[in-house]
Design a protein around this ligand. Structure first.
Ligand code: RIB
Length: 279
């Protein structure tokens, strides 16, 4: 069966340690026991969309190792089609994550197998929506967005980590998703040429930008324990709702709700709610 939502992005094992504060250069900080959790921006996005009931497929690359097995198990338990998750000779990507008591995180990523993705891994056939993110080669992301636009598949890009995009890539995006820091660096988002844009603002919600104007949507007030993967939860939920026919504003409202739930629970994929968990 064809997916409604095709996700393209990284798949990582997250090595997570809670710390009282982030170490400065040359400093050693003692933290909690380390946990190994399924993560990566692409795999996270796919799981978030699947938990809402969308038919989801992920295009990604993992290693022939235990971290790769961990990812496949998490993806399959969420109902994600992993046919296009290729095993590579390089190790599964690894993210070294520290989480401070305020729920904030710092992440170092070793891309490993993610760096082996090529344009030939991408097949957008039959999808309603493509949602991509970085931590994989930029050329593959730009190829996928061009292929989606040509095939009538709605391309969404979560520009995380931020990268410089070709004008024709920007022009296809509907929407471009950036956080407020990235938005400030990029300037007038619609002037960049994208069809729509969303600026995520953490606890303050998100702003939807279209040629018709901008709308600020609030977020519920929650106490965060771990913000890791909240942006991926937002992108996955947005893609699931858009694929199901929601308006951009309605889809953004639900995506804010999903991201808000995710920050109240530890980890990335383990923190994502099912539709029944939402109000
Ligand atoms: O966005 C959160 C993700 O970033 C983590 O799961 C980590 O793997 C890195 O890719």
């Amino acid at each position: 069966m064809q997916p409604q939502v095709l996700v393209l992005g990284s798949a990582n094992a997250d090595l997570v340690v809670e710390v009282p504060h982030r170490p400065a250069g040359g400093e050693t900080v003692l933290g909690s026991d380390a946990r190994v959790l399924p993560g990566g921006k692409g795999a996270n996005t796919a799981v978030a969309a699947a938990r809402l009931g969308a038919r989801v497929a992920l295009t990604a690359a993992i290693g022939e190792d235990a971290h790769g097995d961990l990812l496949l198990t998490s993806l399959r338990e969420a109902g994600v089609d992993t046919t296009a998750v290729r095993r590579a000779t390089r190790p599964t990507g690894t993210a070294l994550i520290t989480v401070t008591p305020d729920g904030e995180n710092s992440i170092v990523v070793s891309p490993g197998a993610n760096a082996t993705l090529t344009a030939s891994d991408v097949d957008v056939t039959g999808a309603a929506v493509l949602v991509a993110s970085l931590e994989i080669p930029l050329a593959v992301v730009e190829h996928a967005i061009a292929a989606a636009a040509a095939a009538g598949v709605r391309p969404i890009l979560n520009l995380s980590p931020v990268a410089a995009l070709a004008p024709e890539t920007l022009a296809a995006l509907d929407p471009l998703i950036v956080n407020e820091h990235e938005a400030a660096a990029l300037g007038d988002l619609l002037a960049l040429g994208c069809r729509s844009a969303i600026v995520t603002r953490g606890p303050a919600g998100a702003t939807v930008l279209t040629p018709g104007g901008s709308v600020d949507l609030p977020a519920p007030q929650v106490t965060p324990v771990d913000t890791t993967g909240a942006g991926d939860a937002f992108a996955g939920a947005l893609a699931a709702e858009l694929a199901a026919g929601a308006t951009l504003e309605a889809a953004t409202g639900l995506a804010i709700e999903v991201a808000s739930v995710s920050v109240t629970r530890p980890g990335a994929q383990p923190s994502y709610p099912a539709r029944a968990d939402l109000h």
